[in-house]
Design a protein around this ligand. Structure first.
Ligand code: ADP
Length: 445
């Protein structure tokens, strides 16, 4: 740009120089005439080119850029070069964008881009097929108004990439979809949909198989167990007779058949919870009566080896499925008794936290769990110490059952533990499940 300005200044100086020379050579009139004509000529040329530039700027097409010579030629060719550079850059941007769109279209999963108010920005063909969207007409509309899935709005609000929402779409009930939300750039979201129909089918077959086998095993096992129990009672009265040597084997048979029955019952319960065919029943569960039954069970299991205390408001409760909650709470309490050595202390409590959510908590001074095991505890048959679990009558399914009950009640399970010091297992239920008319806490020992 400096060179353009200098050239222009040089031209004006040249005219003035010529005028001064003519002044001395031909007289004052010639000098003035040359200066006026020369400056007017330069002025006219520059005004004309400025006018052409202004006209071009109103509709700046690269091919319509005016032709010029001299300084203005340089200005126009500078504009031309800068424009070409910009066009090159934006062409590359468009090509890259097209490539990204092609890559997103080629993905086997559905990809939907949402803005911060969950309105559709863009989606690929797979997402259109999965979510039942229209070709273009749905852009800009809120996804929750287009895709009818009960928990979708809450799921989108949670922004949790670890969480999935699995469902059967109404427009294609043979398909099973899994949705995942990935937040990006200022509250925008990527909603990724996966077709998990075959995985779900295999899972259903596995679940059905376990449920059927457990169901088929239960009746013969009950019969065998009944006879063994009967024989054990007989032998107990037979002490001192020649049949006495059978007492111990029969006792062993009874313990093992008991374990098998418990295992089959837990498997049946787990299959029922996993199948998700029926949502958890919504009934009123009074905590004092439920927990006092569980406290009696805990005391029977502990046989006075532990101090067991319970803390709960005199009137407290929540809505949920009584049998499922009883099983989950019972499993946590039984674990606390089984994994706490004699002389230890167990505290069972129900309370409301600062957000008004009901929290069931079991705290023990037992053997504790090393941190690396905690994330895997809710897997079926995962045991830290297999021997100890068997010895204490565990099936390895307790926490897997608890996990499903917790999910079916939209609750969260928290496990805190220190090896050698004890553990705290707590279940936090949503606000809307909890009764908010609690009275002062009651301590039961
Ligand atoms: P199990 O029938 O073996 O007790 P669970 O699923 O209930 O199966 O528990 C899984 C494992 O978690 C147990 O085997 C045990 O190692 C550990 N565990 C559960 N509760 C406790 C506890 N309160 N204290 C220490 N370890 C525990």
């Amino acid at each position: 740009m400096i060179s353009f300005t200098l050239t222009l200044v040089f031209k004006y100086l040249l005219v003035l120089g010529l005028a001064v020379s003519l002044w001395f050579w031909k007289g004052e009139t010639a000098g003035w005439l040359t200066a006026c004509l020369g400056l007017a000529f330069l002025y006219f040329i520059n005004i004309r080119q400025l006018f052409r530039l202004e006209r071009w700027l109103k509709k700046p097409e690269i091919d319509d850029l005016p032709d010029a010579w001299g300084v203005w030629g340089k200005v126009f060719s500078g504009i031309y070069a800068a424009l070409r550079q910009e066009i090159k850059k934006s062409n590359k941007g468009i090509k890259d964008l097209e490539l990204f769109i092609l890559a997103a279209q080629a993905m086997p999963n559905g990809v939907t881009m949402l803005d911060s108010s969950d309105q559709l920005i863009w989606y690929n063909d797979k997402a259109r097929e999965h979510l039942g969207l229209k070709n273009q007409g749905d852009h800009g509309l809120r996804i929750t108004n287009l895709v009818r899935v009960p928990r979708l709005a809450v799921f989108l609000q949670r922004h949790n990439p670890q969480e999935t929402l699995d469902y059967r779409p109404i427009h294609n009930p043979n398909q099973y979809l899994s949705l995942n939300v990935i937040p990006f750039a200022d509250g925008r979201k990527l909603l990724v949909s996966y077709d998990v129909t075959s995985i779900e089918r295999a899972d259903t077959m596995r679940r059905d198989f376990i449920a059927n086998v457990s169901h088929e095993l239960r009746t013969p096992l009950t019969v065998i167990h009944g006879y063994i129990e009967h024989m054990y009672d007989d032998k107990a009265q037979d002490q001192g007779t020649k049949l006495n040597p059978w007492r111990r084997p029969i006792h062993l048979m009874m313990t093992q058949s008991n374990r098998m029955l418990k295992l089959v019952d837990d498997l049946l319960m787990l299959s029922r919870l996993e199948s998700g065919d029926h949502p958890a029943r919504e009934e009123w569960v009074g905590m004092p009566s439920l927990l006092s039954i569980l406290l009696d069970d805990a005391k029977a299991l502990s046989q006075d080896r532990h101090t067991i205390e319970m803390e709960l408001p005199q009137q407290a409760g929540m809505t949920g499925a009584m049998d499922e909650l009883s099983s989950a709470f019972g499993n946590l309490i039984s674990n606390a008794v089984r994994y706490t050595p004699a002389g230890g202390k167990i505290l069972i409590s129900w309370m409301q936290n600062e957000h008004g959510c009901g929290v069931f908590k079991v705290q023990d001074t037992g053997i504790g769990i090393a941190a690396e095991h905690i994330p895997r505890l809710t897997e079926r048959f995962y045991r830290v110490d297999r021997g100890r679990s068997r010895e204490t009558g565990g099936t390895g399914l307790g926490l897997a059952i608890i996990k499903h009950v917790v999910m079916r009640h939209q609750a969260t399970l928290k496990i805190e533990s220190t090896l050698g010091e004890g553990s705290i297992f707590s279940i936090e239920f949503p606000y809307w499940r909890t009764d908010h008319q609690q009275q002062n806490p009651l301590l039961v020992a």
